[in-house]
Write a protein that binds this ligand. Structure first.
Ligand code: CMP
Length: 137
């Protein structure tokens, strides 16, 4: 089934200058960017995006990190895009990510883990609408 998922190339990966490498990996995996923008998230924008995690002990660090520099936010489209992108990213903790996944290659820590990807169809539709509101994609 052709699906859409929301991906973020996080501030650590942008700083490392691997935007092109990450996008190349999406494309090679059949995940086509259909919308994309570079933006420096404010802390409140990051808090709204990660609202589901607001009770977690790492919420403040997470949102401070996500607003520490520019990110690239993309909508990816492809066959089973949500799971395909999760497989491509690897585990949240780069130390546990399978070799060859984006987080194993570019992630440094559970916080600086290079990329985000939606984890379910409901999350994908919330996350796409959050960053691309009212867009006829
Ligand atoms: P992401 O896929 O963007 O979704 C939520 C993020 O919270 C996750 O990637 C991690 O970067 C971050 N995260 C998850 N667990 C922890 C943790 N224990 N400490 C700090 N950050 C975390």
């Amino acid at each position: 089934m052709v699906e859409r998922t929301l991906a973020i190339i996080k501030p650590d990966a942008v700083k490392k200058q691997v935007i092109g490498d990450v996008i190349q990996r999406y494309e090679a995996a059949g995940l086509h960017p259909i919308a994309m923008k570079m933006m420096h998230l404010s802390q409140s924008t990051a808090e709204g995006f990660y609202a589901v995690h607001r009770e977690r002990p790492f919420f403040h660090e997470l949102t401070a990190f996500m607003s520490s520099g520019p990110s690239v936010v993309l909508v990816l489209e492809g066959k089973n895009a949500i799971q395909a992108n999760r497989d491509l990213m690897g585990a949240t903790d780069p130390q546990k990510a399978v070799a060859g996944t984006i987080r194993s290659i570019h992630g440094a820590s559970i916080e600086a883990n290079a990329v985000h990807g939606s984890d379910s169809p409901d999350t994908a539709s919330f996350e796409i609408g959050y960053f691309f509101p009212g867009m006829d994609l």
